[in-house]
Design a protein around this ligand. Structure first.
Ligand code: 13P
Length: 252
């Protein structure tokens, strides 16, 4: 039985003060003793430490939105795995489609980051997903399979890894993949993992869905056999909506 995981990706939203307040609201609405599923929130790097002091000791996991694969050095504007760990992060999102689309990330840079973060013991959420053009061209399966294969190249042990399937056309657009569309790709991802790592490893792998998840569609998505939670953008900026989605995951 896989424990569901729901993570709020706050993207480039909220000042330090706003982030602190949102984290407090999430904690208050979730309840200190919440244990129904794994929960994380991913503020901007600037607010990581402040949010960490709000959620420290609670069931909510501090998550980074990105990391670099080197320990330190001349990489202006970047933050290393060593640094985010020292700031209290247990989880990191790698290869989000916005990183791929606007910041030049490729399957090979994603691979370097995944290797580094996993070797340092972080829970990695590796994002994959096709664009609208790719879906319409009928190459969703091929694109997502190569993102998974190339992102994991050379990694022998994927214990603890989470994959987030986020169809680019469903992110921030209000267009959710139907639960059947999402399930089809989640099943395909699990089949790729069976080929690479075997049945036992694949059956433990958690695959989140992301793309316009809301309180109104969360339960239906999370009820699908291969959907093990969600990576939530817009709806995670509202504590009540985010907590409603978390509770939907805990009940499914
Ligand atoms: P939305 O929930 O705003 O569509 O964003 C999804 C996402 O990109 C989460 O990482």
């Amino acid at each position: 039985m896989r424990t569901k995981i729901v993570v709020g990706n706050w993207k480039m939203n909220n000042t330090i003060a706003e982030s602190t307040q949102l984290a407090q609201e999430v904690l208050a609405q979730l309840g200190e003793g919440f244990s129904g599923c794994e929960v994380g929130i991913a503020p901007t790097f600037l607010a990581i430490q402040a949010v960490g002091s709000v959620i420290g000791g609670s069931p909510v996991q501090l998550t980074a939105q990105n990391c670099h694969y080197e320990n330190d050095g001349a990489f202006t504007g970047e933050v290393s795995v060593r640094m985010i760990k020292a700031a209290g992060c247990s989880h990191v999102i790698i290869g989000h489609s916005e990183r791929r689309q606007y910041f030049g990330e490729t399957n090979s840079t994603v691979n370097l980051k995944v290797k580094k973060a996993m070797s340092e013991g972080l829970t990695v959420i590796m994002c994959v997903g096709e664009t609208l053009e790719e879906r319409e061209a009928g190459v969703t399966g091929a694109v997502v399979s190569s993102q998974v294969r190339e992102g994991l190249e050379g990694i022998d042990d994927i214990t603890g890894l989470v994959i987030a399937y986020e169809p680019v056309w469903a992110i921030g657009t209000g267009k959710t993949a139907s639960s059947a569309q999402a399930e089809e790709v989640h099943d395909l991802i699990r089949t790729v993992i069976v080929k690479l790592y075997g049945e036992a490893v694949a059956s433990e792998l958690r695959i989140q869905y992301g793309g316009s998840v809301k309180p109104s569609n969360a339960a239906e998505l999370f009820a699908m056999p291969n959907i093990d939670g969600g990576l939530i953008g817009g709806a995670s900026l509202n504590a009540a909506d985010f907590v409603a989605i978390v509770k939907a995951a805990a009940e499914n």
